[in-house]
Write a protein that binds this ligand. Structure first.
Ligand code: C2E
Ligand code: CA
Ligand code: CA
Ligand code: CA
Length: 278
């Protein structure tokens, strides 16, 4: 009888949990986590193939691990965008990253941190001011930060987006086009926007092992980047074979589980030291 009761209790709790994670409750749950300043960050190195050194890392946001609910990052970002929470989320990410960068610097680790910027935010005229204020709080230069922006950010208001990107560039941020090739690519903006880097989406990178077409797409993006004097990075590299192919193709930087999964800030210094001494 007791066991049955326990089972029942367990099932009830399960149902309650499922109900709590219904989409309408998600915005509330996200808001609560944001107000608690409880989001977590992970960092994934970008390996410079030529020098075999870690010059930068990408910051990836994570739902708190000890939270009852589990929420995938993609969903977190989607819902935050839909419910007007993306500004608060981005400010939290910025502050956490800058605090971490400042602590790494004290320990002698100098890396640029790339932060993902939601496409919607590029419509926000106050964005440069907001980011600038964060930098001032932590007394950090904008050159310590890169911004990864997806192509979809460019299709709305080209005039406005161009002005905003130039403003961010003027402040000293590096700029990268994320998921390059998956959106509404237009070669025009390679000329038009003050960008530093193209990032090849893992869709193409992982497709290379069994698709000649994906291989050609990757090679085209690498050549395109270099023709425009941009750096090019491949994400989602999981196998040595892919790494070797990308090296032959002339890719500059590599990111992926092959080298490292996204890790906590405390782990990064040790990981980099080990990587540089291997
Ligand atoms: P993304 O910017 O395209 O990031 C790459 C995703 O691939 C990340 O997923 C990363 O953890 C994962 N990844 C890295 N290496 C490998 C690999 O070798 N194999 C595979 N299969 N996956 C790999 P994650 O962390 O779940 O993030 C998903 C997306 O959420 C990101 O895609 C980005 O668009 C967005 N995102 C993450 N953090 C933030 C943030 O702080 N702000 C905003 N606005 N968006 C963010
Ligand atoms: Ca990214
Ligand atoms: Ca993406
Ligand atoms: Ca991607």
């Amino acid at each position: 009888k007791n066991a049955q009761l326990n089972n029942l209790r367990f099932e009830m709790a399960q149902i309650q949990r499922d109900q709590r994670s219904r989409p309408d409750d998600l915005p509330q749950a996200i808001k609560a986590v944001l107000d608690d300043n409880a989001l977590e960050m992970r960092y994934q190195p970008k390996v410079d193939l030529r020098s075999q050194r870690i010059k930068s890392v990408e910051a990836l946001v994570r739902w708190p691990v000890d939270h009852a609910q589990v929420l995938a990052t993609n969903l977190l970002i989607d819902v935050a965008e839909q419910y007007g929470l993306i500004e608060q989320l981005t400010m939290q990410v910025f502050n956490k990253v800058l605090q971490e960068v400042a602590s790494w610097e004290k320990k002698g680790l100098h890396v640029v941190v790339w932060i993902n910027l939601s496409a919607r935010l590029l419509a926000l005229p106050q964005l440069p001011k907001m980011l600038e204020r964060c930098l001032n709080v932590w007394n950090m230069p904008a050159s310590a930060i890169g911004l990864e922006v997806t192509e979809s950010a460019f299709i709305h208001d080209i005039e406005h987006t161009t002005a905003l990107l130039f403003e961010l560039k003027r402040l000293g941020f590096r700029l990268s086009i994320d998921d390059f090739g998956t959106g509404y690519s237009s070669l025009a903006y390679l000329r038009r926007f003050p960008i530093d880097e193209l990032k090849i989406d893992k869709l193409f990178v992982q497709g290379m092992s069994n698709s000649q077409q994906d291989k050609q797409i990757v090679q085209s993006i690498i050549d395109l980047a270099h023709n425009f004097s941009l750096s090019v990075v491949a994400e989602g590299v999981e196998h040595e074979e892919t790494l070797n192919t990308l090296r032959q193709m002339g890719c500059d930087d590599i990111q992926g589980y092959y080298f490292a999964h996204p890790m906590r800030g405390e782990q990064l210094l040790g990981w980099c030291e080990e990587f540089h001494h291997r």
